[in-house]
Design a protein around this ligand. Structure first.
Ligand code: G3P
Ligand code: MG
Length: 242
């Protein structure tokens, strides 16, 4: 069980465009041991890194990427929107991130997005992630998702992978114990909003690690760790003592 882990959320996304290799490099260079990132799949089976299901917010393109191929993705600029300095940054593939992890020893929470293109593509996404993560040679990984059905299938196919069940506060009903047990989850990843000391204790007493998102204050991070949280996802990893 990892303890007091600081996950640089989407890389060091306050200083570089989120979910780009530049953001992962900056996280590593600023001392982060773990990053968090989001993955989905495109039409040729390539697993790409992108938070949203459309390109509108974080690239120079708009619309979805499900129909695209790897060569289409290479033409997309995912850095200019952030600053001129990052013009030409690409949407990375999971393969590129795994290579970087192997090179540097950086660890990662891989959040699998809830693919909206149906069961076939969701299975391809799960299989693609498992195949890419099999190339890891040393670094640690946690796989998380808000899509708990997807996470269940992944754990059935790859029981060796540690998994974290993502919960928004509004979806955290009293069946969480049953769900975590069915999933064979190693971690719960609850939203910070409304999270109490008592709840963190219940999770830890149940036997899972607790990694909280998204915590952008050093004081709140300290409080959560003192309550027994095992990790926090943060946009300011460089400002939090690790
Ligand atoms: O994995 C923690 C956090 O990233 C979950 O929310 O929307 O930032 O992917 P989101
Ligand atoms: Mg995420």
């Amino acid at each position: 069980m990892i303890e007091k882990t600081v996950f640089a959320h989407r890389g060091l996304n306050t200083l570089a465009p989120e979910n780009t290799m530049a953001a992962f490099r900056l996280a590593h260079e600023s001392g982060a041991k773990w990053i968090e990132t989001d993955v989905d799949i495109i039409s040729d089976g390539t697993i790409i890194i992108c938070h949203d299901t459309t390109l509108d917010r974080t690239t120079d393109h708009s619309g979805g990427y499900y129909e695209m191929t790897a060569s289409d993705i290479e033409k997309i600029d995912a850095g200019s929107w952030f600053s001129k300095q990052y013009a030409g940054e690409k949407l990375p593939t999971l393969r590129q991130l795994v290579d970087y992890m192997n090179e540097t020893g950086l660890n990662a929470n891989i959040e699998i997005k809830s693919n909206e293109a149906g069961a076939e593509m969701t299975h391809a996404l799960i299989d693609g992630v498992i195949a890419e993560l099999a190339r890891l040679d040393g670094p640690e990984v946690i796989v998380s998702s808000f899509n708990l059905v997807l996470l269940y299938i992944l754990k059935q196919k790859a029981p060796h992978l540690s998994i974290g069940a993502l919960y928004e506060t509004c979806a955290l009903y009293d069946d969480w114990r049953s769900i975590l047990e069915l999933l064979k989850a190693d971690y719960i990843h609850p939203e910070d909003t409304g999270l109490t000391r008592a709840k963190v204790k219940e999770f830890r007493d149940f036997g899972v690690g607790v990694n909280v998102w998204t915590v952008n204050s050093a004081e709140r991070a300290n409080e959560l760790f003192n309550w027994g949280a095992t990790g926090i996802f943060t946009d300011i990893a460089h400002q939090i003592n690790q």
